[in-house]
Design a protein around this ligand. Structure first.
Ligand code: MRU
Length: 331
């Protein structure tokens, strides 16, 4: 399996996801500023992965004897929507304030998140039937976590258990995480995958060519409202219309029990991501573009949320029950 986040000899190496699928290269981070750059520029991306990377950013600040509060602030301001970033940074800051090692805390976060993704796969594969064709959006795989993934962990474990499944990856404009990353990751492991343009999902559903939709999440509120890559909401509406089960797979670190919808900042990225394809302008000069990176899917469109502690309905009482006995702080 790919190893997107490697901590070795006091430095952090990240698979440079901007270069996939054509080059598998590592981007080396020697200080927290390198990590902040890597998160902002999407060298590393995906909610759990940016949380883990940010934790190592704090670890680098500790090793380099830099100001920890400054590092925390810089890393916190890289991307606004995925809550795992704030969750991981807060864990590291707390460890530091308690006089514990940030390096050890970051390693613990990575180990735990990998284990959690494995559990999501083992638990979630039960919803997959032999012969299913599963649509997924963006990349919620090992590249977006550290190992296994969330939505792709469910798909991986269904494949490992011998179920004959096929995956359809939305290309996921504008950054093409589906076409570039999900297709690369699944193909790397021999899991059958085909790529479609985002706009053909509805037609494939209408033709009965999709049995399930499984996506990841960047933030889930206490009422089940789910923030994920732009386009997720449209897929959820389409799935509802065609009676296709729509699942979200996410670890507890992606839940945000404290915020309400007004508190969640949807990242808006540079409009050039839409206006250009591989450095060629495709939108007429003088025309601007709208580039929200995430959207919001209401709970009533979601069949179930697959977590490391079981599959739940996206309902407040079930979500609260998940967190019984767990202390949690987002931002
Ligand atoms: C397990 S990753 C889940 C989400 O983080 C993923 O679906 C997603 O939306 C990633 O967005 P990105 O902008 O590539 O960081």
């Amino acid at each position: 399996m790919l190893e997107p986040i490697v901590w070795e000899e006091d430095r952090l190496s990240l698979i440079d996801q901007r270069k996939l699928p054509n080059k598998l290269e590592y981007f080396i981070c020697k200080d927290y500023r390198d990590v902040a750059y890597a998160i902002k520029e999407m060298v590393v991306r995906g909610a759990p992965a940016i949380g883990i990377a940010a934790a190592y950013g704090m670890a680098l600040a500790e090793i380099n004897n830099e100001n920890i509060e400054e590092a925390y602030k810089t890393l916190k301001n890289t991307r606004p929507t995925a809550v795992n970033l704030f969750w991981a940074l807060n864990r590291c800051l707390k460890a530091y304030k308690e006089g514990k090692s940030i390096v050890e805390e970051a390693k613990r976060i990575q180990r735990e998140e990998e284990e959690v993704c494995k559990r999501i796969g083992e638990i979630g594969e039960k919803i997959v039937d032999d012969g299913d064709t599963i649509l997924t959006h963006c990349n919620a795989g090992a590249l977006a976590t550290s190992k296994y993934g969330t939505a792709l962990s469910v798909i991986r474990f269904a494949h490992y258990s011998g179920k004959r499944i096929r995956v359809i990856a939305d290309e996921t404009r504008p950054r093409l995480q589906g076409a570039k990353l999900t297709a690369f990751e699944l193909n790397y492991e021999g899991i059958p995958v085909k790529v479609i343009v985002d706009s053909s999902a509805g037609f494939l559903m209408q033709r009965g060519e999709i049995n399930k939709v499984i996506v990841g999440a960047d933030r889930i509120l206490r009422d089940g409202t789910t923030y994920n890559k732009i386009g997720t909401y449209s897929l959820a509406i389409l799935a509802k219309y065609h009676n296709i089960p729509f699942y979200v797979a996410a670890p507890l670190s992606t839940f945000d029990l404290e915020s309400s919808e007004e508190d969640v900042k949807i990242e808006e990225r540079d409009e050039r991501e839409v206006a250009y394809i591989e450095n060629i302008r495709i939108v007429p000069e003088g025309v601007s573009c709208i580039n929200y990176a995430f959207d919001k899917t209401p709970a009533e469109l979601i069949t179930g949320i697959i977590t490391e502690k079981g599959i739940i309905k996206p309902k407040e009482e079930e979500i609260i029950k998940l967190f019984k006995g767990i202390k949690w702080k987002s931002q």
